[in-house]
Design a protein around this ligand. Structure first.
Ligand code: G1P
Length: 288
C-alpha cells in the first residue's frame, strides 16, 4: 500500500499582503503566539505521520531553511544551562524527519511551485500544506485531525484528497471554490462531498458555492502530469486548483469538509486575528 510520508510546503511567495512586516522576515517566520507560523504547520505535518518535508523556496527566503536547521551550538549551550525544554523547542524536528528544499526561481504560481518538488517526491503520494493556513490551537487533536484523516482516507481509497470549508460570501474571491454536485452536504463531518469541479478565485456572483479549498491536499504523483500541462489561469498564474479540476474529471478526487477552525496568516487582517488567538492560547498555558 502507498503510504503518505512526503509533504510539500510552498514558501517562495513574497508575502506582499504582509508588507512591510514581511520585507526582510519571511511571512512564514512571523510569530503566531510563541512560535513562527511555519513551526505550527510543520508540527501538524509531523503529527500526521509526515517524514519528509520539502520546502519550495526562493533565494530571499533562506531564513526558513535556517530556522528548520539544527543549531548544535545553541542546543549544547541551552542543555548545559539546564534548559533542555527550550533546546527541544528550537530543534523540534525529530531525527526520523528529513527536510529538503528546492527553489522556485520564477513566481509562476502555486501549481508551478508544487511541480518543482517532483524530482524529490518521485512516484510517491504526497501532502501539500500551504503554510499561510494554520489550524486552531485550541483543540490539539482537531488541529492535526484533518491531515491525519485525509492521509488515512488516501491510504484506504488511493484517491486524492482536498480539504474544504465554507467561507463568507465576501471572501469567495480569495479562494479555490468547489462546485458540489448536490446542494445538501454536511460540513464539519469529514464526510466526503461529491464535487464536479473547482474554480480558482471566482467572483462571488460566478462562484458555484462558498466551499473553499483550505490549503491541505493529498495527491498521487499523477497531479504532476496535470500540472505540466496546466496553462496560466487566475492572475496569469499556473494554478494548482486548475490541475485538480482536470484530475477530478479523469480520476476523481475526494473532497472533505474540515473540522475545527483555520486561520489565514498570510493576510494582515486575518493574521492579526490569528495572532490574538494564538498568543491568548499561549498566555493561558503560561498562567496554568
Ligand atoms: C491558494 C490557492 C487557493 C486556496 C488558498 C487557501 O491561494 O490557490 O485555491 O483556496 O490558497 O488559502 P492563495 O492564498 O495562495 O492566493
Amino acid at each position: 500500500m502507498d503510504t503518505v510520508k512526503h509533504a510539500v510546503l510552498p514558501v517562495a511567495g513574497f508575502g506582499t499582503r504582509m508588507l512591510p512586516l514581511s520585507k526582510s522576515i519571511p511571512k512564514e517566520l512571523l510569530p503566531l503566539g510563541a512560535k513562527p507560523v511555519i513551526h505550527h504547520v510543520i508540527q501538524e505535518a509531523i503529527a500526521a505521520g509526515i517524514e519528509h518535508l520539502i520546502l519550495v523556496g526562493h533565494a530571499q527566503k533562506s531564513a526558513i531553511e535556517d530556522y528548520l536547521d539544527i543549531n548544535a551550538e545553541l542546543d549544547q549551550q541551552l542543555r548545559g544551562k539546564g534548559k533542555a525544554d527550550l533546546a527541544d523547542q528550537i530543534n523540534f524536528i525529530p531525527e526520523h524527519v528529513s527536510v529538503s528544499s528546492v527553489r522556485q526561481g520564477k513566481a509562476l504560481g502555486l501549481g508551478h511551485a508544487v511541480l518543482q518538488a517532483r524530482a524529490i517526491v518521485g512516484n510517491k503520494p504526497f501532502a501539500v500544506l500551504l503554510p499561510d493556513v494554520v489550524m486552531s490551537p485550541f483543540e490539539e487533536n482537531l488541529a492535526t485531525d484533518n491531515l491525519k484523516v485525509m492521509i488515512g482516507r488516501y491510504e484506504q481509497v488511493q484517491r486524492s484528497q482536498i480539504l474544504v470549508e465554507p467561507v463568507e460570501q465576501k471572501d469567495i474571491h480569495k479562494y479555490g471554490i468547489a462546485s458540489p454536485l448536490n446542494a445538501d452536504f454536511a460540513v464539519n463531518t469529514h464526510q466526503a462531498i461529491e464535487v464536479q469541479g473547482f474554480v480558482e478565485k471566482p467572483s462571488s456572483d460566478d462562484a458555484p458555492s462558498n466551499l473553499a479549498i483550505v490549503g491541505r491536499y493529498i495527491f498521487n504523483a499523477k497531479i504532476f502530469e496535470y500540472l505540466e500541462t496546466t496553462k496560466p489561469g487566475a492572475g496569469g498564474e499556473i494554478q494548482l486548483t486548475d490541475a485538480i479540476d482536470a484530475l477530478i474529471k479523469t480520476q476523481g478526487v475526494e473532497v472533505l469538509p474540515m473540522s475545527g477552525v483555520s486561520f489565514d496568516a498570510g493576510d494582515m487582517r486575518s493574521y492579526f486575528k490569528a495572532f490574538e488567538v494564538f498568543s491568548g492560547h499561549h498566555l493561558s498555558s503560561m498562567d496554568n
